[in-house]
Design a protein around this ligand. Structure first.
Ligand code: ZN
Length: 252
């Protein structure tokens, strides 16, 4: 199966949305044709329902959530998030999580728990955003949602943290800023991995672009393939299987 999926990008971000057709065409030319895009506030939740995205539903799936750090985050968007679940507009809750760059841990924890509960109620996987709070996230999951399933987006933590999260039904998603080589190798050996651009964020510095593009998924996976000394096609195929096992992706 030759389907190449970017499991985490931001098609609602104006840098991508303004040039959507070109972004998608360039990605397709590079071999990337399926996406899980993240929507993080009411304004972005509404974009999902626009005809331009609805007509691409076969290739573009959405996750939605209230992010711990995003500038447009508003917890009042929670009601709209429930509506997206009810209307079956999303295949995952996220990105949600904990981010140490902001000093509002109690609020972050509260909104995270509420959304984990939502994911459980709608039987949806979760996409986690975690910055320097892996131990806290582990504590919260262990005590409240040990059966959570989904993946840790932009995973670039240590071997020790990989070992902790390996115990959950959570995959590890790698992008242009991956962890150390030994951790990459451990993740690839473990087999529960995904690949993402996080475009327009996480710009690969080596490519000298203003922002990250969807087509750069190929660059990301090439780097991983070299570091883990594993064939790129094998990585693509395993990721595709992982996506099908985890998400209601609807590609057959
Ligand atoms: Zn993101």
């Amino acid at each position: 199966m030759n389907i190449f999926i970017d499991v985490h990008c931001h098609l609602a971000d104006s840098r991508i949305a303004a040039n959507l057709e070109q972004e998608l065409a360039e990605a397709k030319k590079a071999g990337v044709d399926h996406f899980i895009s993240s929507a993080l506030c009411n304004e972005e939740f509404e974009l999902i329902q626009l005809p331009k995205f609805q007509k691409l539903r076969k290739f573009i799936k959405w996750s939605a959530g209230i992010h711990p750090y995003y500038e447009k985050t508003d917890e009042n968007d929670f009601q709209s998030l429930i509506r997206l679940c009810d209307d079956k507009q999303i295949i995952a809750i996220g990105e949600i999580g904990l981010d140490k760059r902001k000093d509002n841990f109690e609020w972050q924890k509260k909104i995270l728990l509420t959304q984990l509960d939502l994911a459980k109620n709608y039987d949806l996987p979760v996409i986690f955003h975690t910055v320097k709070q892996y131990y806290e996230l582990d504590k919260i999951l262990k005590n409240n949602f040990p059966k959570v399933r989904g993946f840790l987006h932009a995973f670039n933590a240590s071997q020790e943290i990989f070992e902790i999260f390996k115990k959950y039904d959570l995959g590890f998603s790698l992008n242009a800023k991956p962890p150390k080589d030994e951790v990459i190798c451990a993740i690839i050996k473990h087999g529960f991995y995904f690949f993402e651009t996080d475009a327009p964020y996480m710009r690969p510095r080596e490519l000298n672009e203003d922002f990250n593009h969807l087509k750069n998924l190929v660059w990301v996976v090439k780097q991983i393939s070299q570091k883990a000394n594993t064939n790129l096609e094998a990585l693509k195929e395993k990721q595709y299987k992982n996506v099908c096992d985890m998400f209601d992706f609807g590609v057959h």
